[in-house]
Design a protein around this ligand. Sequence first.
Ligand code: SAH
Length: 393
Amino acid sequence: MGYKTYICPTSKNCGGCETLAVPYPIQLERKQQQVEELFADIVDSGSDVLQPIVGMDEPVRFRNKAATPFAPGPKGTIRSGFFAKGTHRIVRCRSCLVEDERCRRVLDSFAKTSELCKVAAYDEDKGRGLLRHAVVRAGWKTDELLLTIVANGERLPRERELVKRIVKHAPDITAIALNTNVRKTNAILGPTSRPLYNGGVMHDQLLGVTFEIGPTSFYQTNPSQTEVLYRLAIEGAQLQAGMRVLDAYCGIGTIGLCAASQVDGLTVTGVELGKGAVADARRNARINGLDGQCRFVCADATAFMKDTAKRGERYDAVIMDPPRAGSTPEFLASILALAPRRVVYVSCNAVTQRRDLDQLLAGGYRIERLTPVDMFPHTKHVETVALLAKKRK
Ligand code: SAH
């Protein structure tokens, strides 16, 4: 059969794209089937509730983010690339099929500059040395590119001079931040960051809304498919001027801000547990002139929903995008108490979504549409958007 095959020189060692050997149309078919089976007893196979999965035209070079670990190599060299699957052995990365090419180029150049400037790489076993990781995020709709240097300390040697040389060797870089991680941990980023060049942030756009993204901001890694996902969620909520929307588990507010920019007089409340993400959401609201329409609350979504239900507040639509573990029975019970006309449930784990939907369906909602979106080609992950409407009494 004439399926196009994608070959990646690094995939054998890396293990990131675990289904790369499976032709892309078959990957999509499998994901579709998986969702179909999971929802078989609530979605009639003859109906048009389950929509065909939205895949990518060309599932390559979509990742807007790349990272490398560092370790000391022989004779003052620095090893960089990626950890070979299941190990902490660093393998050089000549190219990666799914990354934006600029990212890896910048990482390589930074490793070279650090080597020339004799900055010591971090030795995991001894807990000594400075450079632990580097992370690059590239704009999709902008040419901005943020390099985050993760160090086992708060300063780099001859910092100003070093920054000048890094930028000179990699002119694609538009900003640099230093993140400090002094813990013995596998987590890449530590809790604090400091700008080293040009504010230490980058900007990108989704559905015409500008987002400022820092070293620790949560930002989806496949921007073109993120637009597909957000469009489905926003259209599915059937928003009109003057409506009140709740964006629960909102991250840096991306879905709510995109919705508010499309509908005049919409008011959005975003709820998110992460303090940094809420600060990002508020700043992004201001940057886009949407702060009059959007407010962001830093709270546990369940506690917030219970309070909201108790106060008898009204929302016309709830958009929710919980983490893999899904939502909670109390959160869902509060939705039933608030009784918004529409609920849009965006999920990165169809199993927990299915569990949660059962509670909403039993409580008086019907499922109108269920659309799988392929955010992570060459992996087994699938994202789904479920649109629910309140049944008429
Ligand atoms: N809608 C956003 C983020 C989705 S990821 C986007 O598309 O970018 C899920 C988010 O839920 C994360 O930002 C996580 O910090 C947040 N979260 C996890 N548990 C939470 C809780 N109990 N209450 C509120 N937010 C929570």
